[in-house]
Design a protein around this ligand. Structure first.
Ligand code: KG4
Ligand code: ZN
Length: 338
């Protein structure tokens, strides 16, 4: 079965053709990131305009890269939430129109479920449910227990910022540019992770699987203000200290939750799963009986449409008889996975 996935929730206009939920035949991404670098963050209206400009060529290219025609496409899957509403509307409206013209079922996909299914791309072995997933990006930060395909329970979430958002904000404080994750990781290579004693918010017993990064963010800001004009070395130390604190919190909570829920497989997903220190530290702390999976290809960590097609495929398998009606697709800025 061939699924056409469409993703426009933030600043990537993406389309992909995926066979049977795991085999990627094409994966096209047009990013408006360069425009947002100038403003230090994504401006929703600019992102929406760029989606409008890019969406048709990107879909055409996804079909041609896969050597597919509309006759080959069985189902269209589109991200409907959460994200920037103006941006989501472009993808959803396009998908609705194409589904109507070509008479294809249209499946609404939750963006976070897309990130989760990025780890099912190219997967050969059967999943060992329940799986615990730490899914972290600029817009979300959750611990999700996946009991079966599209059977999710959110067992932890952030009480304030998502970790990716904290990376982006701290990068701005340090004048490092946007997006913050990759540039902080790069700057941190020259820094000492223990140069600053930044807080690791473990929170009380009721919140032990929830996250909070606002205290850490304020602590970095305090140090930046004290330094007035920090040197390159000081900036590297601040980046390294901040990154280490985020990674410690994410990995500690992930492993504690894995042990509490007796899972044998944990996954990292979302933009922050591209962080090499997070992967490394999680692996070091992991008990032997638990295996760690993350997207092997960095392209599947950040926003893409292959993950949306993969999620759509498994949703379609779980609800094959649902009358997926394009009128049911609801666009929402924020929406919980469950
Ligand atoms: O999944 P994504 O492309 O978009 C959202 O759904 O938000 O994730 C983007 C986020 C940004 O906040 C970015 O700073 C972060 O992922 N990110 C990283 C890394 N690469 C991207 N954070 C830490 N380390 C990285 N290497
Ligand atoms: Zn995302």
């Amino acid at each position: 079965m061939l699924i056409l996935g469409i993703e426009t929730s933030c600043d990537e206009t993406a389309a992909s053709i995926v066979r049977n939920g795991t085999e990627v035949l094409s994966n096209v991404i047009a990013s408006s990131l360069d425009l947002h670098r100038q403003t230090g963050g994504v401006v929703p209206e600019v992102a929406a305009r760029e989606h409008l400009r890019q969406i048709s060529p990107v879909i055409d290219r996804a079909l041609s890269d896969a050597s597919a025609t509309w006759l080959d496409v069985d189902v269209i899957a589109v991200t409907h939430a959460p994200g920037l509403v103006a941006a989501l509307l472009v993808g959803v409206n396009t998908a609705q129109t194409l589904a109507y013209i070509h008479q294809k079922p249209l499946i609404p996909v939750h963006h976070v479920s897309g990130h989760i299914y990025a780890n099912f791309i190219d997967r050969k072995e059967d999943p060992r449910f329940p799986i615990l997933i730490l899914t972290v990006s600029g817009g979300h930060n959750e611990l999700v227990l996946m009991k079966g395909h599209h059977d999710f329970e959110v067992i932890g979430e952030t009480l304030d910022d998502a970790a990716g958002e904290a990376f982006d904000k701290v990068a701005r404080m340090l004048n490092l540019g946007f997006p913050g994750g990759p540039v902080i990781a790069k700057t941190a290579i020259e820094g000492r992770p223990d140069a600053y004693a930044f807080p690791r918010a473990q929170l009380d017993k009721d919140n032990r699987f929830n996250f909070s990064f606002s205290g850490l963010k304020s602590a970095v800001l305090r140090e930046v203000k004290l330094l007035e004009e920090p040197s390159e070395k000081q900036i590297a130390d601040l980046a390294a200290g901040f990154q280490m604190a985020v990674v410690d919190v994410l990995s500690d909570k992930l492993i504690a939750a894995a042990e509490a829920h007796d899972v044998s497989e944990i996954h990292l997903a979302g933009g922050v799963s591209a962080n090499l220190l997070l992967r490394e530290v999680t692996r070091q702390k992991l008990p032997e009986n638990i295996s760690l999976i993350y997207p092997k290809n960095l392209i599947y960590c950040t926003d893409n449409a292959a993950m949306i097609a993969a999620s759509g495929y498994f949703l379609f398998q779980r609800h094959p008889n649902t009358d997926w009606d394009w009128k049911d697709v609801i666009v929402q800025a924020s929406s919980r996975l469950t």
